[in-house]
Ligand binder design. Structure first.
Ligand code: SAM
Length: 213
């Protein structure tokens, strides 16, 4: 993703601290309190410009959504989207997925979305892939026992790697599609990357993975 420096982004996010939560560590174990309800919490890691979560938030008002994005210049667009949509069930954390355990308590989340994450194709960068073993360990802790990971990518190499990583970890794989947009999977909300790939007629890979108890 091309990053444009936006010196005003931080100030904008501070002004909208009801959407971009400024000290997320303070809400560890208490996110439902923040949302003011007991609805399940779904998190998207590497949320980008927030198209997916804004769409999901509108369609699923009884779910609380949180997006984690490390670049404020990207996240500020997601924040604007949620503000314009006037929805209250989507919040963001400006932070790194590596710090997931400082944001969420064990068993706090019901679902994790990993959408079009950077593939890091070089072997020496394997540890940076968001489906690498160390990340799965973190996901397992924060997810409830029946919690799911929903994964989408355009990158065949990353998809194959991730299927292998999930199953090596002992996870069960469901709803695998090698061509999401020509499958019978319903209710798909497109991310901004997905829309670009679809316009180029590229194939989208998808699966769901569940930790075994
Ligand atoms: N999910 C969006 C989509 O599908 O359109 C954005 C995809 S973009 C390729 C990947 C995003 O993940 C980038 O915005 C990047 O900054 C973010 N990201 C990558 N690694 C991250 C990490 N460890 N913590 C937080 N965000 C991360």
């Amino acid at each position: 993703m091309r990053l444009r420096h936006k010196p005003w982004a931080r100030e904008e996010m501070e002004r909208n601290s009801h959407i971009v939560i400024s000290e997320p560590e303070n809400w560890l174990g208490k996110w439902q309190q923040l949302f003011g309800n007991d609805h399940p919490i779904f998190v998207e890691v590497g949320t980008g410009k927030g198209q997916f979560l804004t769409g999901m938030g509108k369609v699923h008002p009884n779910i609380n959504f949180i997006g984690i994005e490390k670049y404020e210049s990207v996240l500020v667009t997601a924040m604007e989207r949620v503000r314009e949509a006037e929805i209250e069930n989507v919040k963001f954390i400006n932070g790194d997925v590596e710090d997931l355990l400082s944001f969420f308590e064990e068993n706090e989340l019901s679902r994790l979305f990993i959408n079009f994450t950077d593939p890091w194709p070089k072997n020496r960068h394997e540890k940076r892939r968001l489906t690498f073993h160390d990340f799965l360990e973190r996901y397992e802790k924060v997810l409830k026992s029946d919690g799911e990971i929903h994964f989408k990518t355009d990158n065949q190499g990353l998809f194959e790697y991730s299927l292998h990583s999930f199953s090596k970890y002992g996870m069960t794989l469901n709803q695998i599609s090698l061509d999401l947009h020509n499958s019978d999977i319903e209710g798909n909300i497109m991310t901004e990357y997905e829309e670009k790939f679809k316009a180029k007629n590229m194939r989208i890979y998808r699966c769901e993975a569940v930790f075994q108890n």
